[in-house]
Design a protein around this ligand. Structure first.
Ligand SMILES: *[C@@H]1O[C@H](CO)[C@@H](O)[C@H](O)[C@H]1NC(C)=O
Ligand SMILES: *[C@@H]1O[C@H](CO)[C@@H](O)[C@H](O)[C@H]1NC(C)=O
Length: 354
């Protein structure tokens, strides 16, 4: 009797007083009903520490393991939940929830994710056919009775950041237009981390563009007068958060690898824009999007020193191996801007999924 009372006291004291540090502390009744034997067991959860890099279209595994300390018999039925943290951290969206062998996936992830439980205590998430918008932070959460522990994994995509300006000129896009403009070019609005990485890799661009978090920034590697001042050091310069409806800028887009094939279509007569669109279609493809051209240039070293139409009505050409008469001395996708669409002087870049 005295023993049972002390157990109750212990429970009263322990539950509210022990904050979850790495592991949650809780009382584990081990089930013989008379309260004779109680353990204190901590649930620990571990995800991989390093950020995970994936290409679009790949399958990736976000590893997550849980264990008890001291070890207990793992026949316990836990609930595993993976969710994706939204950019503003205010909300999470469910990815998958599993109890034992039963599981359910949600939204964009439906039918595209599963849990990998090859070993005891594993609760890894496999995402198949990774999409651009899968980029971000994921939370692995294990729920065992009262206890609920979680840990975060970050999924990054390998890709290329490019500054984008639509046909109607500089600083025309509010945040929502900016997001859409990237999506129309088979890309997505870049995150700050992606732009920062691009800046480290040498991107220098003197027009400010929207980023995913609603801020407006631009990357400078060679400080100069009109781009934030010569006196300032190199860096990613920021205008901070801007009003998503009222303020207008360019945008930084992010494109990743392609499954299809990009190629240049030549024709002795050359094309105006409408003819170019038709020529790709007649050839079994589609006129290439800007993001596809950047991805082919970056990942396949696609190189062609001939100007061609692309889907947004701009004329560009990709140079992976700089040489005389093919633009500046650095590799890049060169742009002639947006010529008049009736202008019949160019070839065309086409894209096909086959
Ligand atoms: C990804 O996983 C799916 C389903 O398990 C499989 O059918 C597909 O071949 C895998 N894709 C790659 C690129 O490994
Ligand atoms: C778990 O329980 C089973 C059945 O009671 C027992 O045979 C096994 O040895 C236990 N495992 C551990 C790690 O305690």
């Amino acid at each position: 009797m005295r023993f049972a009372l002390s157990v109750i006291l212990l429970q009263l004291i322990s539950l509210p007083l022990c904050p979850a540090q790495n592991g949650a502390f809780y009382i584990n009744g081990n089930g013989n009903g008379n309260g004779e034997h109680y353990n204190s067991v901590k649930l620990h959860i571990e995800t991989q520490k390093d950020r995970l890099f994936a290409f679009r279209g790949e399958n990736v595994t976000l590893t997550c393991h849980y264990r008890y300390e001291p070890a207990v018999n793992m026949t316990r039925k836990v609930r595993v939940k993976w969710s994706k943290l939204n950019m503003d951290f205010s909300k999470e969206s469910d990815v998958i929830v599993a109890i034992g062998l039963r599981h359910r996936s949600f939204g964009e992830f439906r039918g595209r994710v599963y849990l990998q439980q090859n070993e005891e205590g594993e609760a890894s998430l496999v995402i198949t056919d990774v999409r651009l918008e899968d980029y971000g932070k994921y939370k692995c959460e294990v729920i065992d009775g009262l206890e609920d522990e979680s840990s975060i994994v970050e999924l990054e995509l390998r890709g290329v950041v490019f500054p984008y300006q639509p046909h109607h000129g500089r600083y025309q896009l509010n945040f929502h237009d900016a997001k859409q403009a990237c999506e129309e070019q088979d890309a997505m609005i870049a995150s700050f981390e992606q732009l920062f990485q691009a800046w480290e890799d040498g991107l220098d661009w003197c027009n400010a563009g929207w980023l995913m978090d609603g801020s407006v920034q631009y990357p400078i590697t060679l400080p100069r007068g009109p781009c934030g001042g010569k006196g300032n050091s190199a860096g990613v310069r920021t205008y901070g958060q801007r009003h998503k409806n009222l303020h207008r800028y360019d945008v930084f887009c992010f494109a990743s690898t392609l499954k299809g094939k990009l190629y240049f279509l030549r024709h002795p007569m050359k094309f105006n824009f409408d003819e170019a669109v038709k020529a790709c279609r007649d050839d079994g493809g589609e006129i290439a999007k800007v993001g596809q051209l950047y991805a082919a240039w970056k990942f396949l070293k696609f190189d062609r020193c001939e100007a061609g139409w692309v889907a947004d009505g701009s004329v560009r050409y990709p140079i992976a191996f700089p040489r005389p008469k093919c633009g500046p001395s650095e590799p890049g996708v060169r742009s002639f801007g947006f010529p008049r669409r009736e202008n019949g002087k160019f070839g065309v870049y086409c894209f096909t999924m086959s």
